[in-house]
Design a protein around this ligand. Structure first.
Ligand code: 5GP
Ligand code: MG
Length: 194
């Protein structure tokens, strides 16, 4: 295990099993209907890449970039950096996918925006769900795992841009977050960097 990690929370085989389960449910939902997977960059790319391989029906793939300013204490103002072209959204059934549902702000803002741009429907799917941190009413239609309020990395999730390439989900050593001056990371009593 990597020297910065305290423990592995979800290993590769657990992840694979959860993805197969969710992919089966998504396939049953969208069977026979054209739909577009919208992947929220950057955190969801490993999840999306693995999930869609287990969805053996027709789909299109698009990306959206979103980031919020959690470091700056007050509730994250979300900036949407890149949206699919209108033609990829208008009249389409969308499956919006993110790495983790935390306060809920990112997914609720993005799904509002997709509706505003004429999506026929927007369903949501997340790899991880941290319900204890919710600040706005938002539930994902599908999730792989529910997790406690602690800061996790790996399988797409980063800390200061690193650790996305770990093939599992892990908890960082707390002293590492503190050493970097992020006293406010989730799991350490407040809001934090993403
Ligand atoms: P929300 O808008 O739901 O608060 O934020 C979702 C985003 O917060 C995720 O896409 C992710 O970037 C970040 N985030 C929330 N909790 C964690 C965590 O435990 N670890 C990491 N690496 N990012 C997190
Ligand atoms: Mg993210």
């Amino acid at each position: 295990m990597h020297k910065d990690l305290q423990r592995i929370l979800l290993d590769e085989s657990e992840i694979r099993a959860a993805i197969e389960r969710v992919a089966g449910e998504v396939t049953a939902e969208f069977e026979g209907r054209a739909f577009t997977v919208v992947s929220v960059l950057k955190g969801s790319i490993l999840f999306v890449a693995d999930l869609i391989r287990h969805i053996p029906i027709q789909l299109e793939l698009a990306f959206v970039g979103a980031s919020s300013y959690r470091e700056s204490t007050v509730s994250g103002e979300l900036s949407i950096e890149m949206l699919p072209a209108d033609g990829e959204i208008e009249g389409r059934e969308i499956l919006l996918i993110d790495d983790i549902l935390d306060t809920g702000r990112t997914l609720s803002r993005l799904s509002e925006e997709l509706h505003r741009r004429g999506a026929a429907s927007v369903k949501t799917c997340v790899f991880l769900d941290k319900p204890s941190r919710r600040a706005v009413a938002m539930q994902a239609d599908w999730r792989c795992f529910e997790v406690e309020d602690e800061f996790v990395v790996g399988y797409g999730l980063d800390y200061a841009g690193r650790y996305r390439n770990l093939p599992f989900v892990a908890v960082l050593k707390p002293q590492l977050l503190l050493a970097d001056g992020v006293e406010t990371a989730p799991g350490l009593g407040g809001r934090g960097a993403r």
